[in-house]
Design a binder for this molecule. Structure first.
Ligand code: AMP
Ligand code: ZN
Ligand code: FE
Ligand code: FE
Length: 289
């Protein structure tokens, strides 16, 4: 088999956001699995990218500098993947700084609410437990487990942190339009992440994809651990119909999401062929304005 049909993984998280493995460990694991290429796509940060790229050049894994930007479209948290972004782009920095400040503000308010109700969970402890992370609800849930308030991260979400639960606090996100624009201004290719995770019925997914295309989205994440074979086939057909690029990956977070495996998804259901990568590369715009 040639390289074009080799398995790759273009959706991975590290300790720079809410993954469990360091950027180097992510790359080392990719090398051990024989993946010729990966993308590091941490939530709202490129802080792990330089380390991953460096490890990749040492270990012979092509590492695409990436990001997964949280954005807002009609109060839905829409994720946009950015591939080949320049981590030092002046277009990116203020947007990521703003997102980090909003997140920090939400986290501090959440800590205050929990403390007022007698939970022994503080910002100081979160920061010392997870020094490099983009702190989010998974980290709160883990502390809840460790302190015996709940018996699992899932229970932490179900009882306390999920939308509609007593400690769900929304945070402001940039618009979907600005997320796509920022990625492209930073030299990246913008791909709509896991289009079936937003719970739209099929006819609304169509509308949503068309809307995102109008905003400049260039690719669809067709291959994804949680997509059914039918959804995958449907997305591949849509991408072809619209002339959009194809991306895909597992959304690996390490043991924080133990059912999701790098490269192979859930129970081996994922296979992203290398051939999508040169096609995505061809979508890089030389002079985005
Ligand atoms: P935040 O960024 O703080 O809003 O948290 C989002 C993170 O929480 C994402 O990585 C999600 O995968 C994770 N998450 C959301 N809902 C759940 C859940 N019910 N169980 C476990 N993780 C979840
Ligand atoms: Zn995550
Ligand atoms: Fe996502
Ligand atoms: Fe993700």
């Amino acid at each position: 088999m040639g390289i074009l049909s080799s398995r790759i993984d273009l959706h991975l998280h590290s300790t720079a956001s809410d993954g469990v493995d360091s950027p180097e460990t992510v790359v080392r694991q990719a090398a051990a699995l024989g993946l010729p290429a990966i993308a590091l796509t941490d939530h709202d940060t490129v802080d792990g990218v330089a380390r991953a790229v460096e490890a990749g050049s040492r270990l012979g894994v092509e590492v695409v500098p990436g990001i997964e930007v949280s954005s807002d479209y009609r109060d839905n948290n829409i994720h946009v993947l950015g591939y080949f972004v320049d981590p030092d782009s002046p277009a990116l920095r203020p947007v990521l700084d703003w997102a980090a400040a909003e997140r920090d503000d939400r986290n501090r308010r959440l800590c205050a609410m929990l403390a007022a109700d007698g939970f022994d969970i503080s910002m100081e402890e979160l920061l010392s437990e997870y020094p490099a992370a983009v702190l989010g609800r998974p980290h709160f849930a883990e502390l809840m487990v460790r302190k015996g308030y709940v018996s699992s991260v899932a229970e932490g979400f179900d009882r306390y942190l999920e939308v509609g639960r007593p400690y769900f606090l929304p945070r402001r996100r940039i618009s979907l339009a600005d997320a796509i624009k920022t990625i492209r201004l930073a030299g990246g290719v913008a791909a709509l992440a896991h289009p079936f995770e937003y719970k739209y019925p099929e006819n609304e997914v169509v509308e949503f994809i068309e809307y995102a295309m109008g905003l400049g989205v260039q690719a669809l994440e067709c291959y994804y651990s949680n997509h059914s074979p039918g959804q995958q086939a449907w997305l591949l057909a849509r991408a072809e119909k619209y002339g959009l690029g194809i991306s895909g990956g597992s959304d690996y977070h390490g043991v924080r999401k133990p059912h999701i495996h790098m490269g192979t998804g859930i129970d081996g259901n994922l296979r992203v062929p290398y051939s999508v990568l040169p096609a995505l590369k061809a979508l890089i715009q030389k002079h985005p304005e």
